[in-house]
Design a protein around this ligand. Structure first.
Ligand code: GLU
Ligand code: ZN
Length: 302
């Protein structure tokens, strides 16, 4: 069911697991410049669905940093932890369409019965048709299909999976009761009428799952552009786990210029000493998605 949207609507969707670091700044800058260069709307969504990973105060820290860097978002920020009723509503729809089932497999069961594929373990469908009662603690899995789900990424090109063969039926609600990121993100992108998603390439292999969920829920599928990710000299993604530090608010323009250069945008010498206003004006006039390298990982030395 295509939505009646003409205008570009993009978003930045950080998880509040720590302060904004250079890796997430790249996604913020690219999604913002792309939206603004299309005269579109840009939203911020806090992806705090995985409550076990949330860090107290991180959401506010991220928002204050975005403000200090001169980002201006439209509409109010939404928080996934406040949207559980909506997720439950759509989960019910999937149930009614006989697309999901309960799975009681432990990690050990999976290790013993599942084979390994490019995306990790391939769930063999052990619990399909077992009809476990709702009283039993179980994860919920969506039935996948034996067909390729392909899309054309604006940066990385054609990409697709056969979900049934490459991954198997996947989890939409975890055994601990938390909704899976894959489900929450799809429901939120539809709710916020997102037309275009610009985010890190580490999520490229989630995209066929998300498109499948969109199809199963009768949602529209947005356009996708996956950005190279910044890695350290060991090849690990810059993240709090790999020891990336928060970006320096006092050197906002210089951090922004580094992000621009990382994204293949050649800046004028001296721009790092300009004001935020000058920086953003330059960016809106000169931003070109086509200049972003289609490499998955780029080493970045902090
Ligand atoms: N919350 C995800 C992250 O911080 C991003 C999800 C998305 O952009 O779809 O990695
Ligand atoms: Zn199972």
């Amino acid at each position: 069911m295509p939505l009646d949207i003409q205008n570009y609507r993009g978003r930045f969707a950080p998880s509040p697991t720590g302060p904004l670091h250079f890796g997430s700044l790249i996604a913020a800058v690219a999604s913002y410049c792309q939206a603004r260069s299309q005269k579109g709307t840009w939203l911020v969504r806090m992806e705090d669905v995985d409550e076990l990973r949330n860090v107290a105060g991180a959401a506010d820290t991220i928002l204050r940093t975005l403000e200090a860097f001169g980002f201006e978002w439209d509409e109010s920020v939404i928080y996934q932890t406040q949207r559980k009723d909506t997720y439950e509503y759509y989960l019910q729809q999937l149930f009614e369409n006989n697309l999901i089932y309960r799975c009681t497999c432990s990690r050990r069961d999976l290790r013993e019965h599942a084979t390994s594929g490019n995306l990790g373990l391939i769930y063999p469908g052990t619990c399909d048709n077992k009809h476990y009662s709702a009283k039993i603690e179980a994860a919920l899995r969506i039935r996948t299909q034996d067909r390729t789900i392909q899309f054309n990424d604006q940066i990385m090109g054609d990409y697709g999976h056969n979900l049934k063969q490459d991954l198997g039926d996947f989890i939409v609600k975890r055994r601990d009761g938390l909704f899976a990121y894959q489900l929450a993100v799809v429901i939120d992108d539809e709710f916020q009428q997102i037309t275009d998603i610009v985010r890190g390439v580490d999520l490229l292999d989630s995209t066929p799952r998300q498109i499948y969920l969109q199809q199963s829920l009768n949602f529209h599928t947005p356009g996708y552009a996956h950005l190279p990710i910044a890695v350290n000299t060991l090849g690990d993604k810059l993240s709090k786990q790999t020891g990336a530090h928060g970006i320096n608010k006092r050197h906002a323009v210089s951090e922004l210029v580094k992000a621009m250069n990382f994204l293949g945008q050649t800046t004028e010498p001296g721009l790092e000493n300009a004001s935020l206003n000058t920086f953003w004006q330059w960016s809106m006039e000169n931003w070109q998605l086509a200049r972003i390298p289609d490499t998955e990982k780029i080493t970045y030395i902090e």
